[in-house]
Design a protein around this ligand. Structure first.
Ligand code: FES
Ligand code: FES
Length: 162
């Protein structure tokens, strides 16, 4: 199959990539664009390490043919990380010890971002449900749940940052 050009918005900027049909978004991000925050754990939709936001919704980049993001808005961890310092969600993960090896962390943070935009003050059950597609082999999840609650406070509590 011949390569084709796919155009979409990535982290707020328009991009055009020349790819073979059915190349996954994960491979385009990691191999072609060298944006390696999006991880490659299982490559079969089971672990959540490759989670990115497409039009604000969490999606497994390993299952997404690049053609499906034509004209769409894709956001990766690189897109929310400030030039200096950390995003409030990243700060919350760091300060709550919700990062050990860190392999699951980009996906967890992207899911958290989508969750807190949809639901600024989620309860624990809602947080666990939102994160249910994201596996972590290190933390036991409690620190991650605490980090999401803390991130909600940082983003939405006491007139905090947005
Ligand atoms: S690498 Fe995509 S879900 Fe595991
Ligand atoms: S911190 Fe290691 S997999 Fe989650």
């Amino acid at each position: 199959m011949k390569p084709k050009i796919v155009s979409f918005t990535l982290n707020g900027r328009p991009v055009d990539v020349m790819v073979r049909p059915m190349t996954t978004l994960q491979n385009v991000l990691r191999r072609q664009l060298e944006l390696t925050a999006t991880k490659a754990g299982c490559r079969q939709g089971s672990c959540g390490s490759c989670t990115v936001l497409v039009n604000g919704e969490p999606m497994a980049a390993c299952l997404l043919p690049i053609e499906d993001v034509e004209g769409q808005e894709v956001l990766t961890l690189e897109g929310i990380t400030p030039l200096h310092g950390l995003h409030p969600i990243q700060e919350a993960f760091f300060e709550n010890f919700a990062v050990q090896c860190g392999y699951c962390t980009p996906g967890m943070i992207m899911v958290t971002k989508a969750l807190l935009e949809r639901e600024p003050r989620p309860d624990e059950a809602t947080i666990r449900e939102a994160l249910s597609g994201n596996l972590c082999r290190c933390t036991g999840y409690q620190a991650i749940v605490q980090a999401v609650t803390d991130a909600a406070d940082r983003l939405h509590g006491n007139g905090g940052v947005s």
